[in-house]
Ligand binder design. Structure first.
Ligand code: GLN
Length: 203
């Protein structure tokens, strides 16, 4: 059965994510049909969604203007997987501490944009991730700091005492960029190894 995957394509690492999804699907014996999302109408056709990094203010503006925001909320409410990375995590959160970002409120965390990046613009670190046997090579680029993790969310990984990977029902979010390495285990974790959530469909 073909996996239909949508990548929000306003900016950011769209082709890298598309390639990672294809490789992850291939590892699970499934062909993937990857669609780029720039307008409303595509999300409802997708089994899984990906919200990449980039600039959260710009992504938020596009989602709002095109009416894609409501479609993503419905996708998650139906219990379908979403992987959100870096700026995608910021946009998915309940509060980004920035009026220019209209958050989707599908990930029960509050964040501080750019906070990791004030000291070091980017760095790579081997990260222990819950559910992965070996450390994941995590690339951080002007990464957001997760300030608070709400009751609905689980921390999958921390760096320097701070959460950097989160699961909230069908949503997996990382403050780093899993698409920038050849390692597709985070895409697999988000799209294929999901344990059914008791709340899925109730939201
Ligand atoms: N700091 C960016 C923002 O606030 C996110 C950076 C990234 O996605 N690499 O949107």
């Amino acid at each position: 059965m073909t996996l239909t995957a949508g990548v929000v394509a306003v900016q950011g690492d769209v082709s890298e994510h598309a390639a990672a999804i294809r490789r992850a699907a291939d590892a699970h014996g499934q062909p993937a049909d990857v669609r780029e999302i720039r307008t409303a109408g595509v999300v409802p056709e997708c089994d899984v969604l990906l919200l990449p990094g980039g600039e959260s203010t710009a992504i938020s503006r596009l989602l709002d203007r095109e009416g894609i925001d409501a479609e993503i909320r419905s996708h998650v409410a139906a219990g379908k997987p979403l992987l959100a990375t870096c700026a995608g995590l910021i946009v998915s959160s309940t509060d980004a501490n920035d009026d220019r970002v209209e958050t989707l409120d599908v990930l029960d965390v509050t964040v501080d944009r750019n906070a990791f990046g004030r000291q070091v613009d980017s760095f790579e670190a081997p990260l222990d991730v819950d559910g992965l046997a070996d450390p994941f090579p995590a690339v951080f680029i002007r990464a957001p700091v997760i300030d608070e993790v709400g009751a609905d969310a689980t921390v999958l990984a921390s760096w320097d005492g701070r959460p950097v990977a989160i699961r909230d029902g069908p949503v997996v979010a990382t403050s780093f960029h899993p698409e920038l390495t050849a390692d597709v285990r985070l895409h697999e974790l988000a799209f294929f190894d999901r344990k059914p959530s008791a709340q899925a469909g109730d939201a």
